[in-house]
Design a protein around this ligand. Structure first.
Ligand code: SAH
Length: 213
């Protein structure tokens, strides 16, 4: 797939911000972000910022997408669970770096839009489900990697921890209340879970249940 001038400028900006993983940068370079934003924001698709999408949600800032993807340390063998499909932009990036991506969104309308994009881009390895991501996808568990793109309060949902493989990694924004949100990486070992704080972030909240629209 070809990349345009604006995509290349964005890649240079991400490099300046410290993103070094060549596979992550190449996945971003070859994913047309203008397909994932509402028409009125098309000309801003390659700015390094979050933008509003339908249903009052947001498409994450490219830097955060790059940072979270890098933090997941993906391999082409990995089965990945993503919570919070939103526009599907992060999903598309993951699909280029992993074997299979299972993605859950609570808005059926957002999922329909995301699925149309996956078809247009011919991403063959993405499975979608409309549901409450906090429950995970038990019939497909365990997952080598889990990424949550909405903030949880205090702790990762237990169901998601249960569905992470031993040696697996989870990247999740956690809301600490007055201290704001921090992106955390959780590693599952044979003994339990170890977590590391990575970066202050700002995500929309993970909400309960399927959205009524
Ligand atoms: N990765 C997305 C970011 C979307 S914002 C992108 O790059 O476009 C977070 C998304 O999480 C929103 O679409 C929101 O509806 C969804 N979400 C919030 N709570 C959820 C839940 N419990 N289960 C599934 N999706 C949820």
């Amino acid at each position: 797939m070809t990349s345009n001038f604006h995509a290349l400028q964005l890649i240079m900006e991400l490099r300046r911000q410290g993103v070094t993983d060549a596979d992550v940068l190449s996945a971003i370079e070859t994913t047309p972000r203008e397909l994932f934003v509402p028409k009125i924001f098309e000309d801003r698709a390659y700015e390094n910022c979050a933008l509003p999408i339908e249903a009052g949600q947001t498409i994450s800032q490219p830097y955060i997408v790059a940072f979270m993807t890098e933090a997941l340390k993906l391999s082409p063998k990995h089965r990945v669970l993503e919570i919070g499909t939103g526009s599907g932009y992060q999903t598309a990036i993951l699909s280029k770096l992993a074997k299979r991506v299972f993605t859950i969104e609570r808005y059926a309308s957002l999922m329909r839009l995301a699925e149309a994009r996956f078809r247009e881009l011919r991403l063959p390895n993405v499975d979608t489900m409309v549901g409450d991501g906090a429950l995970g996808w038990p019939s497909q568990a365990p997952f080598d990697r889990i990424i949550i793109t909405a903030a949880v309060s205090k702790n990762p949902p237990q169901a998601l921890l249960n569905q992470l493989s031993v040696k697996g990694l989870m990247v999740i924004p956690i809301d600490l209340g007055v201290d704001g949100q921090v992106l955390v990486r959780v590693k599952r070992t044979s003994q339990g879970f170890q977590s590391t704080n990575l970066l202050p972030v700002r995500f929309v909240p993970l909400l309960e249940g399927v959205a009524s629209e």
